[in-house]
Ligand binder design. Structure first.
Ligand code: FE
Length: 332
């Protein structure tokens, strides 16, 4: 009896290690918050999120072993691979991650894991672009779109990845001609984000724009932007002989993760049903876990064939794609 109560006292006086993890996120805080809140409610593990806009790999390198970060959340395969190449991540072996994430959406060496995907599509004016007019990515560089195209900077990751995929499908020379053709078709200099291009379509400045799919959901949920969204249709172009360009958002564990066990729990949870549904319903992204449905809105955009180019090949073409964008002075 006495021994038991002594043990109980001892247990109470032992400091309880804080159940928390630290995440460096390149993703906007408002996109991550619903996930963090749900995870904490289910597990009691607190998630501290630091928004890191630029220089993620450099920051982790500079912090080294002293880094508080356990996980990195980011978009774009090239960014994920940059972080892995900077030697600031560690391999994670997990049956849960392997079961939830299709092999082509995670690193064969287990350093990065895709959590959602999104397509880079064409937003087309309902009034000025007829059904069937938008066909392939290659065709976006043809004369028929002269003065009708809007896009954000050619140097942005989303467009660099698209051009990288163009290099993989053809070659650097063809990709250079494509970038030149695209530039020649611009209605105005690249400026702003994907949604600003849809705003420009609504204002009559252009007829088609490049954009990621989830922005349609974000615009429809915004009182001011809804009017822009209502002037356009989403069209899924394909590469000649291929499908529609996809990219991912994903997660990696840092090399020095101080809270490894709980960080792994969060990674696994992000790939599970509840989180995948939040990604689908709140962020309008495509869940990666087989069996988790797209939101009704996302489904309403229609089915498409994803391009089969491996993400790693697109990331490997990044440097060449960036150089082409600079050579053709895409934003100039
Ligand atoms: Fe985005």
């Amino acid at each position: 009896m006495l021994r038991l109560s002594t043990l109980a006292l001892l247990a109470c006086s032992t400091p309880v290690l804080a159940q928390e993890i630290n995440v460096y996120s390149h993703r906007q805080p408002e996109l991550i918050q619903p996930l963090v809140d749900a995870f904490t409610a289910e597990t009691g593990i607190k998630v501290n999120v630091a928004f890191v806009d630029k220089g993620m790999a450099e920051r982790l390198q500079a912090e080294g072993d002293r880094s508080p970060a356990d996980l990195v959340l980011t978009v774009d395969i090239a960014r994920l691979m940059q972080i892995v190449d900077a030697d600031v991540t560690q391999a994670v072996q997990s049956d849960v991650l392997e079961a939830n994430i299709p092999a082509e959406l995670r690193d064969p060496n287990d350093h990065w894991f895709g959590l959602t995907s999104r397509a880079r599509v064409v937003y087309a004016s309902k009034d000025r672009v007829g059904p069937g007019e938008v066909t392939t990515y290659e065709d976006l560089a043809s004369d028929k779109w002269k003065g009708r195209l809007c896009t954000r900077s050619g140097l942005h990751d989303y467009n660099v990845a698209l051009l990288g995929a163009m290099i993989v499908h053809h070659d650097e020379e063809a990709a250079t001609r494509w970038a030149e053709g695209l530039k020649a078709n611009l209605a105005k200099k690249p400026d702003g984000g994907d949604r600003d291009q849809v705003k420009a379509i609504a204002a009559g400045e252009c007829d088609i724009a490049l954009g990621n799919t989830y922005y349609m959901g974000q615009m429809l949920a915004d009182p001011e932007q809804k009017a822009w969204a209502e002037t356009v249709n989403i069209v899924f172009p394909t590469f000649e002989g291929g499908g529609t360009h996809l990219n991912i958002s994903g997660v990696a564990m840092t090399k020095s993760a101080p809270n490894k066990e709980n960080a792994l729990k969060f990674m696994e949870w992000l790939s599970g049903d509840h989180a995948q549904k939040i990604y689908a319903e709140t962020n309008y992204e495509f869940p990666v876990k087989p069996g988790v449905e797209r939101s009704d809105l996302v489904k309403s955009w229609g089915e498409f064939t994803p391009d089969a180019t491996p993400l790693a090949e697109i990331a490997a073409a990044r440097a060449a794609a960036l150089k082409i964008m600079e050579t053709v002075d895409f934003d100039g």
